[in-house]
Design a binder for this molecule. Structure first.
Ligand code: GRF
Length: 209
């Protein structure tokens, strides 16, 4: 399965994908794109010899145009799964239509709690005792697509976002590659009776045995 990764920041999730699923079991990261020229994630891609491209907001009159150029670049590389790994732009409905059901995102909260930006700060301000990570399909809403994998962690005495983020990143770096692996092996599908519900065959098999 050919994977394209969209990034804006440091790229630790991209690195986890490169280190654990890239060039294994038929999975290949074939493209990394960003909205930011200076993103550290691009360096990580270059080091792994993965083609990179930048589509800055300022170079396009509208988001639709930028996403059209991005979608064409990904399609040229025959990308089958688009992974948002710290990508700080919303994707246009046309982009999502083109890659329908094939775009996933990692979010540092237990959705549907705390969608959007600064999720960890929102959770801290709310005073939660359990934090967590969600990997989900991307739809037109803000972090509203069907949940693929989720894991919580109890941090009852959390005081800073940095401390919580450090704990969550370890989970992200396991969960995101795990989701890619499951999708690549064809183990992930939507429940025909409830398309919000993601069924994972491997997990079902394990709990059945
Ligand atoms: C991650 O924490 C992810 O949850 C959020 O953006 C961050 C990206 O971090 N969507 P990195 O660039 O992968 O280090």
């Amino acid at each position: 399965m050919k994977v394209g990764v969209l990034v804006s920041g440091t790229g630790t999730n991209l690195q986890a994908l490169l280190d654990t699923v890239h060039q294994r079991d038929g999975i290949e990261v074939v493209a990394v794109a960003s909205d930011k020229h200076g993103a550290q994630a691009l360096e990580r891609a270059r080091e792994a010899a993965v083609p990179v491209a930048v589509f800055p907001v300022s170079q396009f009159a509208e988001r639709a145009q930028r996403d059209d150029a991005l979608a064409r670049w990904l399609a040229e590389r025959e990308v089958e799964l688009v992974v948002l790994a710290g990508y700080m732009q919303l994707l246009s409905p046309e982009f999502l239509e083109r890659f329908r059901g094939c775009v996933i995102n990692v979010h540092p909260a237990l959705l549907p709690a705390f969608p959007g930006l600064r999720a960890v700060e929102q959770a801290l301000a709310y005073g939660v005792k359990v934090f967590g990570v969600t990997v989900h399909f991307v739809d037109e809403g803000m972090d509203t697509g069907p949940v693929i994998l989720q894991r919580g962690v109890e941090i009852p005495d959390a005081s800073s976002a940095e401390e919580v983020m450090a704990r969550l990143q370890r989970i992200e770096h396991e969960l995101l590659p795990a989701a890619v692996r499951l999708i690549a092996t064809g183990s992930v599908r939507l429940d025909p009776d409830n398309p919000r519900r993601v069924l994972i065959d491997e997990i079902r098999d394990r709990t059945a045995s």
